[in-house]
Design a protein around this ligand. Structure first.
Ligand SMILES: Cc1cc2nc3c(=O)[nH]c(=O)nc-3n(C[C@H](O)[C@H](O)[C@H](O)COP(=O)(O)OP(=O)(O)OC[C@H]3O[C@@H](n4cnc5c(N)ncnc54)[C@H](O)[C@@H]3O)c2cc1C
Ligand code: FES
Length: 265
């Protein structure tokens, strides 16, 4: 059930590269949250007042605290660095939206993230680890400091391959997955943070005949399906013949890639 909490801020500090990390004491949200769901944060001083949506980056083992990794982008995220001091409070709503599905029979999955889109993936990696599912990570960013999350894969003993813009070995991090797929079988592919990587992940999943899901980002207002401010066009069939409008906050943010690919063309 949706919770609105005035959560204690336990951490708010630079994380790496362009990113900051905020940690909130919010057990009623952390306990219920499943991978891929998000929270909506009220930022004091932001005008006009609209909450900002964020993926949950980590949940602690006791499921009492949640972390958000955020990129300073505009006024709201810039204000977050100063408006939330450790020991202060943060008004947060969650868990929101529909998260990733992890098939019961899955043995190995591929997880692809780019930039701050990587932040949607570690909770999925943690869940897969508890179910003894092997995870292979493929992370990409503009610069090396923005390659967050590789340590999370390593802590579980999962392999992770990385790629930064300008690397000459391959063009996209999904080229590394393509090479892996010729040697190893995967049961599902998950992606966040790049339309280009989503298209590549979709193509690889189609070829392998496996599930592929994408966590979408979209401008949002209410965050729970009331204002229709976050609609996108989706395919309602795999052949992309019929389209429909869907609220990302309510029907997503996680969609199957076939719902998204070529839907707005
Ligand atoms: C489900 C979901 C999960 C998200 N998870 C994270 C996360 O874990 N970490 C993180 O840093 N960000 C995440 N975002 C994006 C985050 O919500 C925006 O970066 C934030 O709202 C920007 O607020 P702002 O006031 O700083 O920028 P604004 O002043 O609102 O915008 C600054 C610039 O960024 C663009 N922009 C703003 N929001 C978005 C968006 N959602 N998609 C594309 N462009 C946008 C604007 O058009 C403008 O050009 C997520 C978004 C969604 C919908
Ligand atoms: S943000 Fe209001 S319907 Fe999605």
């Amino acid at each position: 059930m949706l919770q609105q909490v005035n959560a204690l801020v336990t951490v708010n500090r630079p994380l790496a590269g362009d990113y900051w990390l905020i940690e909130l004491e919010a057990p009623s949200i952390a306990r219920q949250l499943s991978p891929g769901q998000f929270v909506n944060i009220r930022i004091p001083g932001l005008v006009p007042f609209l909450r900002r949506p964020f993926s949950v980056y980590r949940v602690n083992q006791e499921r009492t605290r949640l972390q958000v990794a955020y990129k300073m982008l505009g006024e709201g995220t810039r204000l977050m660095t100063t408006a939330f001091s450790e020991g202060g409070f943060c008004d947060v709503i969650g868990p929101l939206g529909k998260g990733f599905s992890l098939p019961e029979q899955a043995k190995r999955i591929a997880v692809i993230g780019r930039g701050i889109g990587i932040a949607a993936l570690p909770t999925l990696v943690d869940l897969a680890a508890t179910r003894n599912i092997d995870v292979h990570g493929f992370l990409s960013a503009r610069t090396p400091p923005n390659l967050i999350g590789a340590d999370i894969f390593a802590d579980h003993g999962f392999p992770v391959e990385t790629h930064v813009d300008g690397d000459r070995n391959v063009e996209l991090v999904t080229d590394l997955l393509q090479a892996q797929i010729s040697r190893t079988s995967f049961d599902a592919i998950y992606v966040c943070g790049s339309n280009r990587l989503t298209r590549a992940a979709h193509r690889l999943a189609q070829q392998a005949g496996i599930l592929s899901e994408v966590a979408m980002e979209q401008h949002m207002a209410c965050g729970f399906g009331d204002c229709h401010g976050c609609v996108i066009a989706v395919n309602t069939d795999r052949e992309s013949t019929e389209k429909a409008w869907r609220e990302v906050c309510h029907h997503g943010p996680v969609f199957q890639t076939w719902e998204i690919i070529n839907a707005s063309a």
